[in-house]
Design a protein around this ligand. Structure first.
Ligand code: GDP
Ligand code: ZN
Length: 293
């Protein structure tokens, strides 16, 4: 039986991409009984009645699943953070990074609107870029106005399923348009924003950008740590996790023990102070959420 990937779900039909072809499929009745809810991004086994129509027979196991937008098997998230308008925020970036690490999705940091960055602020941004690269993250600087970095971003999408994530107004739609002008996604001025999102439809679709697939709706808008356990948080900060392996205190959350390896690495400058501060801040949020015994 042939296999493909759901790239769109609409009005009871699933559009299954198999090579170059898209087959309009219905789900099997037993899916409803078994509560199988096929999602965009799912790998499926289907049966075609003719070149354009068929049935989904089986949904393969998912490697991950997002709630907003509802999509499965994401390989990576392009985290778009503007250099200015709004100003670059490591606090918000670290929050997104932790959330994405928790979902086992590969983050790529994209610093947008570089054309608006004042000369005097360049050094500050470059320091952050160096820090995040040292942590192991890919960082790309872009401008949709000058096309800076667009060719650098494109290769990251090849052969992958990606979502663009980040605050409203940072330039996600503009970046997608810069990579694929025929998309003509609507872009928004924050100043003229009326509180109504551009993405008024709830349906999500994977679109071809180069040889990759990209969700046309941004993801990871939920920014709380509802599900995460305190012990899990260090895993979401790669440099804290790695250093934590050397920490001699069992079950250490790297917050209290004075001789904790992570604290020492922060003191020596090996781990940036702001990353550690954000780690502590998120840890508090997680602890506050739970009853303490
Ligand atoms: P989204 O909400 O993240 O999709 O952001 P948009 O792509 O709608 O962009 C929000 C606003 O920022 C729009 O007015 C864009 O024209 C502007 N913008 C986006 N990217 C850039 C950029 O690289 N440089 C400049 N100067 N403005 C940009
Ligand atoms: Zn420790």
């Amino acid at each position: 039986m042939p296999e493909g990937k759901i790239i769109k779900a609409l009005s009871g039909f699933y559009y299954v991409l198999d090579g170059e072809n898209v087959i309009q499929c219905r789900g099997r009745g037993v899916f409803r009984l078994n509560k199988v809810n096929p999602l965009v991004g799912d790998s499926v086994v289907y049966q075609a009645e003719n070149p354009t129509d068929g049935y989904i027979l089986e949904v393969k196991d998912r490697k991950n699943e997002l709630v907003r937008p509802p999509i499965a098997n994401i390989d990576q998230a392009i985290l778009v953070f503007s250099a200015v308008e709004p100003d670059f925020s490591t606090a918000l970036l670290d929050r997104f990074l932790a959330l994405i690490e928790d979902n086992e999705v590969e983050p790529i940091i994209c610093i947008s609107k570089m054309d608006l960055l004042q000369e005097s602020k360049i050094q500050e941004i470059e320091k952050y870029i160096a820090d995040y690269k040292k942590t192991g993250y890919a960082v790309i600087t872009t401008s949709s106005k000058t096309n800076e970095g667009i060719e650098k971003l494109q290769p990251y999408l090849q052969g992958k399923t990606s979502v663009f994530a980040g605050q409203s107004g940072v330039g996600k739609s503009s970046l997608l348009n810069a990579m694929k002008p025929e998309l003509k996604l609507k872009t928004n001025d924050i100043s003229s924003h009326l509180g109504r999102g551009k993405h008024t439809t709830r349906h999500v679709e994977l679109i071809h950008v180069g040889s990759g697939l990209v969700a046309d709706t941004p993801g990871f808008s939920s920014l709380d740590f509802l599900e995460m356990e305190a012990e899990r948080l260090s895993y979401c900060f790669p440099e804290i996790y790695q250093t934590g392996e050397r920490c001699k205190f069992r079950g250490c959350l790297h917050d209290k023990e004075p001789k904790c390896a992570v604290k020492e690495a922060v003191e020596s400058g090996e781990i940036p102070q702001y990353r550690y501060n954000h780690y502590l801040q998120f840890l508090e949020e997680i602890k506050d959420r739970k009853p303490r015994y």
